[in-house]
Design a protein around this ligand. Structure first.
Ligand SMILES: [Zn+2]
Ligand SMILES: [Zn+2]
Length: 417
C-alpha cells in the first residue's frame, strides 16, 4: 500500500511539472493503477492546474467521488405504461458518453409537451418510445464530463438546449439548426431531465450567468421559445396581439414589453392566466368569447388592427381572429400547434392583405440563448409571476393535474439530494 501511494505521489508531481507528452504516458500508467486517479490527471492535461484544484475542492466540499456523483442510483419520473399517467422510479445514474456532460438537476420545468406525454395523447403515441424519463426544461450543476468534454468546471451551474441536432443536414449547415431534419429532443426521443441526473452533449450545455437565479435559469428553454417568436419581427412601437397566455404566451408579453411594443393585447379565456397576463405587462386582456371582441381590440390598436400577431394557443378561433384583424402588411408569427388541419381563406386573409407568416419552432442556436440571458439579466423579475407552483419529484403528478385544469402557469420541480 505504502509503495502504491509513493508511486502515485511521484507520478502526481511528474504530471504537474512535465511536458504534455510525458504526462500522457504518466496518465496511462496512472490509469492502470487506479481509475479514480485517472480522471483528475486527465483534467490536469486538458485544463491546467487551477482547474484541477477547483475540481478537487468541489469534490471534497461535496464529499463525492472523483466524478462528483454521490450515489449510483437516482430518482426519476418515468413514462412506462401505454396509458395516461407517470411513475416515480429509482434507476441507475447514466454515465456520460465521450462527448457528454452529466448534470445533477436542481430545477426542471413541466412543459406542455410533457403534459401530452402524461396524457398519452395521439401525438405522444405516435412519437414516443417507452420506457422514457421525461423532461427537457432544466438547470443544474456539472458533476462529470466525458473524456472529450472538458469545457465546464465541476459544480458549474448550467442549463442546456434540449434539441440535439445532427450538424450534417442542410439546415444545420445553414445556421438553422433549430429546424434540423434529424433532430432528437431530450425527454421525448431520449431520457430527459425529470431526474436527479441527466446526460447532455457538451455542445448543448449552456453556462448560467452568476446573476441569474436557479429558478429562472431552469426556464431558458420556454423563455427561448417566446424570445424566438417575438424577435422574428420588430415589435418596437408596434401594436401586438397575443392569443394564448400559457407560459410561452406570458413570457412573450414581458419580452414584447421589454422590446418597446406600444400596446399588447392578449386573448385568453382562463381568469387565473388573465391576471398573470396583466401582471406581465399586457395593456388589455380579453376572453375569446367576449361580445364585440373585434371592436374592443381595435379600440386599443387603432382602426387598422394590430401590426404583429403572435399565435400561442393553437386554437382555430384564435388563428382566425388574429388573421382577420391583423393590419394589411402585418406579420403573423405562429407558434401554437393546432391539433388538426385549419381551413383559412388564403385569398382574403393572406394574399390581398399582403401578410407575412412565420412558423416558429424551438430556439435559434444559440442567438436566442444570448438574447434570453440578456433578458433575464435585465428584467428577470418579470418571470416571477409566471412561476405559479413548485413541487418535488414525488408529487410531480400534482403539477400535471394543476396544468391540465388550467390552475397553473409554469410549474417547476425542485430536485434536492
Ligand atoms: Zn418545453
Ligand atoms: Zn441537422
Amino acid at each position: 500500500m505504502f509503495l502504491l501511494i509513493s508511486i502515485y505521489l511521484s507520478f502526481s508531481i511528474l504530471t504537474i511539472t512535465t511536458p504534455y507528452n510525458i504526462m500522457n504516458i504518466v496518465n496511462i500508467i496512472l490509469n492502470t493503477i487506479n481509475p479514480l486517479f485517472y480522471k483528475t490527471f486527465y483534467i490536469v492535461n486538458r485544463r491546467g492546474f487551477p482547474y484541477t484544484v477547483h475540481n478537487i475542492y468541489y469534490i471534497l466540499k461535496n464529499q463525492r467521488g472523483t466524478s462528483g456523483v454521490m450515489h449510483s442510483k437516482m430518482r426519476c419520473v418515468k413514462k412506462e405504461s401505454y396509458s395516461r399517467g407517470i411513475s416515480v422510479a429509482t434507476v441507475g445514474i447514466p454515465a456520460p458518453g465521450p462527448d457528454e456532460v452529466l448534470i445533477r438537476v436542481r430545477y426542471a420545468g413541466i412543459c406542455g409537451t410533457d403534459l401530452h406525454t402524461y396524457k398519452w395523447d395521439e401525438w405522444s403515441q405516435r412519437r414516443i418510445k417507452l420506457p422514457l424519463i421525461m423532461g427537457h426544461e432544466f438547470m443544474g450543476e456539472v458533476c462529470q464530463s466525458g473524456e472529450n468534454a472538458g469545457s465546464f468546471r465541476l459544480g458549474q451551474r448550467v442549463s442546456a438546449e434540449g434539441h440535439i441536432t445532427c450538424g450534417l443536414c442542410r439546415c444545420c449547415k445553414n445556421g438553422q439548426a433549430h429546424i434540423c431534419t434529424d433532430v432528437k429532443i431530450i425527454g421525448v426521443d431520449m431520457d430527459g431531465s425529470f431526474a436527479e441526473y441527466v446526460c447532455v452533449p457538451e455542445k448543448n450545455v449552456w453556462p448560467v450567468h452568476d446573476r441569474i437565479p436557479d429558478r429562472y435559469a431552469a426556464l431558458f428553454d420556454p423563455i427561448g421559445n417566446a424570445m424566438h417568436a417575438v424577435m422574428k419581427n420588430p415589435v418596437s412601437m408596434k401594436t401586438v396581439l397575443i392569443t394564448g397566455a400559457g407560459p410561452i404566451g406570458l413570457f412573450a408579453i414581458s419580452i414584447a414589453k421589454e422590446n418597446g411594443a406600444s400596446k399588447i393585447i392578449v386573448i385568453e379565456p382562463n381568469p387565473f392566466k388573465k391576471v398573470i397576463a396583466l401582471k406581465s405587462g399586457a395593456d388589455a386582456v380579453f376572453s375569446p368569447d367576449e361580445d364585440y371582441l373585434m371592436n374592443k381590440i381595435l379600440e386599443v390598436t387603432g382602426i387598422d388592427g394590430p401590426d404583429v400577431f403572435l399565435e400561442m394557443s393553437g386554437y382555430l378561433s384564435s388563428i382566425r381572429l388574429g388573421m382577420d384583424i391583423l393590419c394589411n402588411g402585418g406579420t403573423a408569427i405562429l407558434l401554437g400547434i393546432p391539433s388538426r388541419e385549419i381551413p383559412l381563406n388564403i385569398a382574403e386573409e393572406i394574399v390581398f392583405k399582403g401578410i407575412t407568416i412565420h412558423g416558429i419552432t424551438g430556439r435559434r442556436m444559440y442567438e436566442t440563448w444570448y438574447q434570453s440571458e440578456r433578458f433575464l439579466l435585465k428584467a428577470g423579475k418579470a418571470v416571477e409571476p409566471i412561476i405559479t407552483h413548485t413541487v418535488n419529484i414525488d408529487n410531480i403528478e400534482e403539477g400535471f393535474l394543476l396544468m391540465e385544469k388550467g390552475d397553473a402557469a409554469k410549474v417547476l420541480i425542485e430536485i434536492k439530494d
